[in-house]
Design a protein around this ligand. Structure first.
Ligand code: GLV
Length: 328
């Protein structure tokens, strides 16, 4: 019997392809070519599954043109590249890759916070440029992390990981804002207090964004929100591009309305707002918060487990639109 056909949309670990090949006829993109939507649609003809990385848009137009497709397995916890409503309407299951990246991503969120508050990237550029001639009392003075107030917007698993690091490791006072309040036991474990968004923005010394991207969370932080923040505050976005109004942030950084920002995600990435590239008080990284070898392997494995789980055993591990399963 011939194997079901799946497509891997981006370059990935060779062992990921090998695992898939045990169950499926696999077409891959190990050359990591940038496929247009039309090319992706063409490649998906006859495929029942696709391994995506979070950058391939799965929408109504694509679904209508790919009638064989049954599952899109994202190697990412975020799945704003999926139009889940259209997928459910077409009976196509989406899966994501939660949990396996939580601690790695929380580590990175904290690293970016520290690099931002302590001006690590800016001072390193200064040194590399040969500008360090003498020590000075005020050279690259940043803001303290220990004992300061950490404000977390989006208190899912990664937000909680950042809260634990801040509260337990650095003695920070942690406040958070989320769609729903955590239960008391989890709040106690994270040593975090629930506050309104406005209060968080006004009181936090460091604001970290870990909220999923949805139309409702678009520009959670824009000029009005930045205006509420302390002039000494820092802002870190490890969530998604579009959560922050990057143009407004660039203006605020230039005018020192807040002290600094750390950004791992950008509106329209991999493009970066040109004004962000010219301001010194921002640390910019290319969407690498989950990028350690073990974690990226675990994410790829989970996407493969979902493809096998659904297409071979009828049981996906981490569905994002389980309504499709109820329909079957
Ligand atoms: C990365 O951004 C992810 O959503 O996993």
């Amino acid at each position: 019997m011939s194997k079901p056909k799946v497509l891997v949309a981006r370059a990935i670990f060779p062992e990921t392809i090998e695992r898939l090949a045990q169950h499926f006829e696999v077409e891959s993109n190990q050359a990591d070519e940038a496929w247009s939507k039309a090319q992706l649609i063409e490649k998906l003809q006859g495929k029942v599954g696709v391994f995506t990385t979070g950058s391939e848009r799965i929408d109504a137009e694509l679904l209508a043109a790919c009638p064989d497709l049954k599952i899109c397995a994202n190697m990412a916890v975020g799945y704003n590249n999926f139009d889940t409503e259209a997928m459910t309407a077409h009976g196509v299951l989406g899966t994501n890759a939660p949990d396996v990246l939580t601690e790695t991503t929380a580590d990175f969120g904290f690293a970016l916070l520290m690099a931002t508050a302590r001006r690590i990237a800016e001072s390193e550029h200064f040194l590399r440029a040969g500008k360090w001639q003498k020590w000075a009392y005020d050279m690259f003075s940043g803001s303290d992390i220990h004992g300061s107030t950490l404000g977390i917007i989006g208190m899912g698993r990664i937000g909680q990981g950042i809260a634990r690091r801040g509260a337990h490791g650095f003695g920070m006072k942690v406040v958070y804002h989320n769609r729903s309040r955590l239960d008391a036991a989890l709040e106690a474990e994270c040593k975090a207090s629930y506050v309104g968004k406005e209060e968080l923005l006004k009181t936090a010394d460091h604001v970290v964004l870990v909220v999923p991207y949805t139309p409702a969370s678009h520009h959670t932080i824009g000029a009005a929100e930045i205006a509420l923040m302390k002039p000494t505050a820092t802002l870190v976005n490890i969530a998604r591009g579009g959560i922050v109004d990057d143009a407004a942030l660039a203006v605020a950084l230039k005018e020192k309305r807040i002290a600094a920002a750390g950004l791992d995600v950008f509106e329209g990435e991999p493009k970066v707002h040109p004004d962000l590239l010219t301001v010194p008080n921002v640390v910019l990284t290319p969407h690498i918060a989950s990028a350690t070898v073990p974690t990226r392997k675990a994410m790829a494995d989970l996407a493969v487990d979902n493809l096998i789980g659904y297409l071979v055993n009828g049981k996906p591990l981490t569905p994002v639109n389980p309504a499709v399963l109820a329909k079957n």
